[in-house]
Design a protein around this ligand. Structure first.
Ligand code: PDD
Length: 290
């Protein structure tokens, strides 16, 4: 697999960083994951804008302009063997000679990227939906920043992995926030509901696309806090992310989700929205920049 480290493209197996890197010592950095379809990076400008927001949030200067990022990402995609990829990029506050929490002076940021095959949900997962469990949200209060400090997400995700489920949905103070690596939507009485973009959730790129498609197709929606009771009583639950796209949760904490003839199966709005999403992807690939 190809990688990029501090100005150089190289095989991933040859990439080396210092153990004094602040990413390693303090998780002092931010990251992005950009899906690539048929070698076309999806919503690249939006990912680079979110990266800038994360960097601003941790007071770390952006090492590159958007044009420089674009060139480097396109080169990495070109050097990678697969058509559908997930580009991972990470910027840390660099490697100092001392371990000191205060920001170092005159130390260059560490920039690391690699691209792996994009792993999409299987056709079986699409057909049957997936299992999820709930857990308390144990993260900090700046979940809008895509920080590499992912230990709470790792521990939370493992809770679902332990019971063979695909995602863990997090609750804070009795309200739904998001998944360990995804945003969450629910449907109640035909209305799509999602938590608003505030500092308690990551502003997902897929979340934005889903809302744009909802508006475009005149489907009713509301952005507001969702209580635990509303989550458990939802007609549909979906998770969205760059790799999952729109994926129905059909079992929550061992109970089937849904009503009528789609109990325990993907609901009608999940199917429709995923179809809109696929159609949109196709259009964008035919008309890059759309
Ligand atoms: N995760 N919320 C969290 C906590 C996430 O980690 C992610 C993405 C999302 C969805 O964002 P987007 O639609 O931009 O992918 C929401 C990525 C894929 C990851 O960490 O691998």
């Amino acid at each position: 697999m190809r990688a990029y480290l501090d100005g150089r493209f190289l095989p991933l197996s040859e990439a080396r960083i210092s153990p004094m890197d602040r990413g390693f010592l303090y998780a002092d950095g931010v990251y992005e994951v950009i899906p690539v379809y048929s070698r076309f990076p999806f919503r690249l400008e939006e990912h680079l804008r979110r990266l800038q927001n994360s960097l601003d949030g941790i007071r770390l200067p952006n090492p590159y302009s958007a044009a420089e990022w674009r060139l480097k990402i396109l080169q990495l995609i070109a050097e990678t063997d697969f058509d559908d990829q997930a580009v991972y990029l990470q910027v840390t506050r660099g490697a100092d000679v001392r371990r000191d929490a205060c920001f170092p002076k005159n130390i260059p940021q560490t920039v690391f990227m690699f691209s792996a095959p994009l792993i999409a949900p299987s056709s079986e997962q699409r057909e049957t939906g997936v299992k999820a469990v709930t857990a308390p949200d144990i993260r900090w209060l700046r979940c809008d920043l895509k920080s590499i400090s992912l230990l709470p997400n790792v521990l939370t995700r493992q809770l679902s992995a332990d019971v063979g489920a695909t995602e863990t949905l997090m609750l804070r103070d009795g309200y739904l926030t998001e998944g360990s690596a995804s945003n969450v939507f629910i449907v109640k009485d035909g209305v799509l509901l999602a938590p608003p973009k505030d500092s308690l959730i990551l502003p997902g790129i897929t979340y934005d696309v889903v809302l744009e498609l909802t508006v475009k197709h005149n489907a009713p929606y509301e952005l507001r806090r969702i209580s635990e009771a509303e989550l458990r009583d939802a007609d549909e639950i979906w998770v969205t992310s760059s790799s999952k796209e729109v994926l129905a949760v059909t079992t929550l904490d061992d109970k089937p989700v849904g009503k009528g003839d789609w109990v325990g199966r993907p609901g009608p709005l999940a199917r429709k929205t995923h179809a809109w999403f696929c159609e949109f992807k196709e259009q964008v690939m035919r008309r890059p920049g759309a």
